[in-house]
Ligand binder design. Structure first.
Ligand SMILES: O=C(O)CCC(=O)C(=O)O
Ligand SMILES: [Fe+2]
Length: 353
């Protein structure tokens, strides 16, 4: 009826000014997704326990340029932190402040675009599914990630000839630099197991890696919301640059620890592939981000990964904790679990039995 009434109204001049870019919302409709789950009867997120705040082990990579004893000591610190924490932070990592700042500025510019434009931008520049927000498959509020992200296979950006915009050239420059750091660390970690390998140099080239630009909008509706739900990374290792807002938490000895933010360091964490390759010596640790009621937060994660057909063999001697699997097979399983269950199962799917 109302439609009819509208149709019968005489055409008149539209007195409303056109919607300007600024008025189009840039946040994804997270509150609608949240409300939808509330309406379905899921009343609140799981209660988050109080957590202790701690600083990650801090490693000065300048030691690698000094004498043999400093070099050895530094390598041991890296391996120890990877066994005991699965996480550490580094200074003097060789990535210039300029590169980090330009990457962050481009990232902020991208997220400021209206929501519809972000979707269109990702569709025309990156592989399908690169722009993500919330958790479309979530059936419980505790499975919702209060964030948006561009999760970009670097193959979309690297070697594609001339860049048509400053974001993709910045991403390429960032990736090439961070990839060198990741390879240095991966080689050290492999050496410390007693088994040197060429796997990283040969298969983890920048174009097989992923860059994830994360934005966590403030979340005032519930102080128990997670910015990213608990997960492990599927990479060999991840290089993370976060701002000063804080919110990253990880599991240590069965307890959640809040990581004290330090935007002057880079965080390194071990991913599932390194845990499998090292036969559980290095730990791919569960981590998550808690939302902040007032401040938006940004982070940039570089996932150091091999080509899809690379086979990961667990350990060098029997007993091997995991069966051999290709990275492509692992990714497929993760995707399937996230679609059907709303979360990732990960390495336990590949246990040897
Ligand atoms: O934003 C963060 O601190 C962590 C991000 C993260 O865990 C991820 O992108 O996998
Ligand atoms: Fe992560």
């Amino acid at each position: 009826m109302q439609d009819q009434a509208l149709m019968q109204e005489p055409a008149k001049k539209n007195l409303n000014p056109p919607i300007t870019m600024e008025e189009q919302p840039s946040d994804p409709p997270l509150e609608i997704a949240f409300q939808h789950l509330l309406d379905k009867g899921d009343d609140k997120p799981d209660e988050l326990p109080v957590v202790k705040e701690a600083e990650l082990p801090l490693i000065d990579l300048n030691q690698l340029q000094l004498g043999e004893s400093e070099r050895q000591a530094c390598k041991q610190q890296i391996a120890k932190a990877s066994r005991e924490w699965g996480f550490f932070q580094v200074v003097n990592h060789g990535i210039s402040r300029d590169i980090l700042d330009i990457m962050r500025a481009e990232q902020m510019k991208l997220f400021k675009k209206p929501f519809e434009e972000k979707k269109a931008y990702a569709a025309s520049n990156f592989s399908s599914g690169s722009y993500r927000w919330g958790t479309p498959s979530a059936t419980k509020i505790s499975h919702v990630s209060w964030s948006e992200a561009f999760h970009v296979p670097l193959n979309d950006v690297i070697g594609s000839g001339e860049h048509n915009n400053s974001l993709s050239s910045t991403m390429e420059q960032f990736a090439v630099n961070v990839s060198e750091l990741a390879q240095t660390l991966a080689d050290i970690l492999a050496d410390e197991t007693g088994y040197s390998t060429r796997i990283f140099k040969e298969t983890c080239v920048p174009s097989s890696c992923y860059l994830r630009l994360n934005r966590y909008p403030p979340c005032a509706i519930n102080d128990q919301m997670l910015g990213i739900i608990s997960h492990t990374d599927s990479s060999f290792l991840t290089v993370l640059h976060q701002d000063g807002v804080g919110g990253l938490q990880l599991v240590k000895n069965g307890e959640w620890i809040a990581v004290k933010p330090n935007p002057d360091t880079l965080i390194i964490n071990i991913g599932d592939l390194f845990q499998a390759w090292s036969n559980d010596l290095y730990k791919s640790v569960e981590h998550r981000v808690v939302s902040n009621p007032m401040n938006e937060r940004f982070s940039t994660a570089y996932f150091y990964c091999p080509s899809h057909d690379t086979v990961i063999q667990s350990g060098h001697d029997e007993p091997r904790v995991y069966r051999s699997f290709s990275f492509g097979e692992f990714q497929k399983q993760v995707k399937q679990d996230v679609c059907t269950l709303g979360y990732k199962i990960g390495l336990s799917r590949f246990l040897n039995n």
